[in-house]
Write a protein that binds this ligand. Structure first.
Ligand code: GTP
Ligand code: MG
Length: 586
C-alpha cells in the first residue's frame, strides 16, 4: 500500500438507517392518550423502553464538561488524527494493521463522500509524523503537484486485491424528509416527537470529530504564517445546537502568538518583535484573512471555492472543505462569538428540554422558510435560539437562569472582559442549580407559539441578560439584545414583513396544536399530528389572520398536505445543508 497526499472527493453520500420500532397507529394513539408525565402509563412506557433509547439516550448526551475542557480535549485528539482517502475495495483489518506500524490506533471510522474516507486517531502524536515520513508526494503525468505536507492523505493499492467485505460507513447526514415524517407520525407523544427530532438531527460523535479534525487541518495551514495559532470551531458545531449538515464556523485565534511576547521580560530589558503596523484592528484582520485565504486556495488540500469576504461587518474567508463536505467560515478577531458559543453550550447542557425545543423551533422555522441559507431580512438560527432561551427564562419557575444570575455565580477564574465588554459568567456547570420546573415539552412548544404569537414586538425587546422584556431602544422590528455587546441588536436585519410572517405562523401553529387537544387525530386517517402537522409546508403568507381565517387556513393546509403525502411528496421540512450554496453534502 502507498500513501499519497491528495485532494480528492466531492460531497457526502446519503446513508440512511431504517426506522427502528414501529407500533401500530392504534397502539400509538392509546399510549399517547395515556402518556402524560407523572402518570402510571408514562412510568410503564418508560420501563418498556430498552436502555439507551430515546429518553435515557439524551441525558447521556448532555455534556457536563467545561466548554474549554471539552474544546482542548477534542483539539488534542484531532492533532493525533489523519484523514485518508481510501480505495473502495479495502480490507479494514489489513488497513489498520498497515497503519499500526506507526503506532497504536485509538479509534477510527469510515464515511463516504463520493469515495471512501477513513478518520484514524492514533494514540500518540508521533505516529502521525512517522506516517507522514513514509508518505510520498504524487507524481502526476499531466499536472504538477504542489508539495504540501498535510494530514490529509490518499491510500493507493499497488495491486488490486480480490473482493473485500463491505466496510461499514458512518452516516454524516440527517434523515430524509420521508423517514423523518414516518418517525414523527409513529412517535407516541409530542415530547417523543421532539426528542426523536433531536436524536435524528443532532451532531453525531463522528461528525463532531470530523469538524474538529477539519479545524485542525486548517490550523496546520494557517500555522505556516502564525506557528502558534489555534483554529477553534464555534457556533452550532460546538454550542450543542448543531444539526447534521450545519456549517463549520472557525475562529483563527492569534492570542497565543500575541501573548508569548508579553511574558518574556528579564531585568531591565524588554524584547519586542519588529512588526508591520496598520491603522486599525479591522485592517489587521482583513490582511491576515486575505493571506490565509490565498494560502487555502493555493495549497490547502481539498479546500475549494475560497471566497474572501473581507468587507463584511465581521470579515471572513468562506470555502468548502470537500472531503468532509463542510461549508466553512473562517474568521479572526471574533472572540465574542466564541464566548456566545460557550454561553449557549451552558444553556444547552442545563436542562434536557432546551435542545429538544430549540431543534423543534429551528426545524419549524426552516420548514416555513423563516430562516434561509442566503443572508437577508430573515431571522437567524442564532436569534431563534435566543428567543427559546428567553422564553424558558420566563417560565414559572424558570427553566433557565438569566445571564445576570450566571454572572453572580462566577468566580475569579471566570472573569472575562473582551474589547471592553463584560463576558463574565460561571463556566462550571455543576455550580448551577437545576430548575424545579417540570413542564412537558408538549406544553412548552404550545406556549412558545402562544407567547411569541402575542409578544409586543412593537414596543419590547428580548433580553436574556435580565430575562425580561424591556422597552426597545430603537425602531427595529425585532430587537434581541446582544448578550455581551449590550448596545447591539442581533436581529437588526429582520424586516417587518419577516417578523409578521413569524408571528402569523406562530399563531397558526399554536392554533393547530390547540385543536389537537380537543380533536385527537382519528386512528383511521393518515393525518399528520403534533410536530409533524406544524412542520408541514405553509400555505402562502396572507398577512395577519383572524381566528376564523386561521382555522380555515390550517384546515386547507392539512388537506393540501394529505394530498401531497398521498402522492409521495412528503413535507419538505428538513434543514439539511440549509447554508450550502456551494455545499457538497447534498
Ligand atoms: P447555524 O445556522 O446552524 O450555522 O447556527 P450558528 O449558531 O452556527 O449561526 P451562524 O453560523 O450564523 O453564526 C455562528 C456564531 O456566530 C453564532 O453561534 C453566534 O455565536 C455568532 N453570531 C451569529 N450571528 C451573530 C450576531 O448577529 N451577533 C453576534 N454577536 N453574534 C452572532
Ligand atoms: Mg454556523
Amino acid at each position: 500500500m502507498l500513501l499519497i497526499m491528495a485532494v480528492p472527493g466531492v460531497g457526502l453520500l446519503t446513508r440512511l438507517h431504517l426506522c427502528a420500532q414501529r407500533r401500530t397507529r392504534v397502539q400509538r394513539l392509546i399510549v399517547r392518550l395515556l402518556s402524560c408525565p407523572g402518570t402510571v402509563a408514562e412510568d410503564l412506557r418508560r420501563d418498556e423502553q430498552p436502555s439507551g433509547s430515546v429518553e435515557t439516550g439524551f441525558e447521556d448526551k448532555i455534556p457536563r464538561k467545561r466548554f474549554s475542557e471539552m474544546q482542548n480535549e477534542r483539539r488534542e485528539q484531532a492533532q493525533r488524527t489523519v484523514l485518508i482517502h481510501c480505495p473502495e475495495k479495502i480490507s479494514e483489518n489489513k488497513f489498520l494493521k498497515y497503519l499500526s506500524q506507526h503506532g497504536p490506533i485509538n479509534n477510527h471510522f469510515f464515511y463516504e463522500s463520493f469515495g471512501l474516507y477513513a478518520v484514524v486517531e492514533f494514540c500518540r502524536k508521533e505516529s502521525v509524523g512517522s506516517l507522514q515520513n513514509g508518505t510520498e508526494t504524487p507524481n502526476m503525468a499531466m499536472e504538477t503537484a504542489i508539495p504540501f505536507r498535510s494530514r490529509f492523505l490518499s491510500l493507493k493499492l499497488k495491486n488490486q486485491t480480490s473482493k473485500q467485505p463491505c466496510i461499514q460507513s458512518s452516516n454524516q447526514l440527517p434523515p430524509s424528509n420521508r423517514k423523518l415524517f414516518e418517525l414523527l407520525c409513529y412517535a407516541e407523544s409530542i415530547d417523543d416527537q421532539l426528542n426523536t427530532l433531536l436524536k435524528e438531527f443532532q451532531l453525531t460523535e463522528e461528525n463532531t470529530k470530523l469538524r474538529y479534525l477539519t479545524c485542525s487541518l486548517i490550523e496546520d495551514i494557517a500555522a505556516a504564517y502564525f506557528p502558534d495559532c489555534v483554529v477553534r470551531p464555534f457556533g452550532s458545531s460546538v454550542n450543542t445546537f448543531g444539526k447534521l449538515g450545519c456549517d463549520l464556523d472557525m475562529f483563527l485565534d492569534l492570542d497565543e502568538t500575541r501573548n508569548l511576547s508579553t511574558h518574556k521580560t528579564s531585568g531591565n530589558y524588554l524584547m519586542e518583535f519588529q512588526v508591520k503596523n496598520v491603522p486599525s484592528e479591522r485592517i489587521a484582520t482583513q490582511k491576515i484573512l486575505s493571506v490565509i485565504g490565498e494560502c487555502l486556495d493555493h495549497f490547502g488540500p481539498g479546500c475549494v471555492g475560497v471566497q474572501k469576504i473581507l468587507n463584511a461587518r465581521c470579515p471572513l474567508v468562506r470555502f468548502s472543505h470537500q472531503a468532509s463536505g463542510f461549508q466553512c467560515d473562517l474568521t479572526t478577531n471574533n472572540k465574542i462569538a466564541l464566548t456566545s458559543s460557550e454561553l449557549l453550550y451552558i444553556y444547552g447542557a442545563l436542562d434536557s428540554r432546551v435542545r429538544a425545543l430549540v431543534f423543534g423551533i429551528r426545524c419549524w422555522a426552516r420548514a416555513h422558510s423563516l430562516t434561509s441559507s442566503i443572508p437577508g431580512a430573515w431571522i437567524t438560527n442564532f436569534s431563534l435560539t435566543m428567543m427559546v432561551i428567553f422564553f424558558l427564562q420566563r417560565r414559572s419557575p424558570p427553566i433557565l437562569p438569566t445571564l445576570d444570575s450566571l454572572k453572580t455565580l462566577a468566580d475569579a477564574e471566570d472573569k472575562c472582559i473582551i474589547e471592553g465588554n463584560n463576558c463574565t459568567f460561571v463556566r462550571d456547570l455543576n455550580r448551577i442549580k437545576p430548575s424545579g420546573n417540570t413542564e412537558t415539552l408538549e406544553l412548552l412548544l404550545k406556549e412558545f407559539f402562544e407567547y411569541f404569537g402575542n409578544f409586543a414586538f412593537n414596543k419590547n425587546s428580548i433580553n436574556i441578560r435580565q430575562g425580561r422584556e424591556q422597552n426597545k431602544p430603537d425602531s427595529s422590528p425585532l430587537y434581541i439584545q446582544n448578550p455581551f455587546e449590550t448596545s447591539l441588536n442581533i436581529s437588526k436585519n429582520v424586516s417587518q414583513s419577516q417578523l409578521q410572517k413569524f408571528v402569523d405562523l406562530a399563531q397558526e401553529s399554536a392554533w393547530i396544536l390547540q385543536q389537537e387537544d380537543t380533536h385527537q387525530p382519528s386512528v383511521s386517517s393518515n393525518q399528520p399530528w403534533g410536530l409533524a402537522a406544524i412542520l408541514l409546508p405553509s400555505v402562502p403568507h396572507r398577512g395577519s389572520l383572524t381566528k376564523k381565517k386561521r382555522k380555515r387556513s390550517a384546515n386547507e393546509r392539512v388537506k393540501n398536505l394529505l394530498e401531497s403525502l398521498k402522492s409521495n411528496r412528503t413535507a419538505n421540512f428538513t434543514e439539511t445543508n440549509e447554508k450550502r450554496t456551494i455545499s457538497t453534502q447534498t
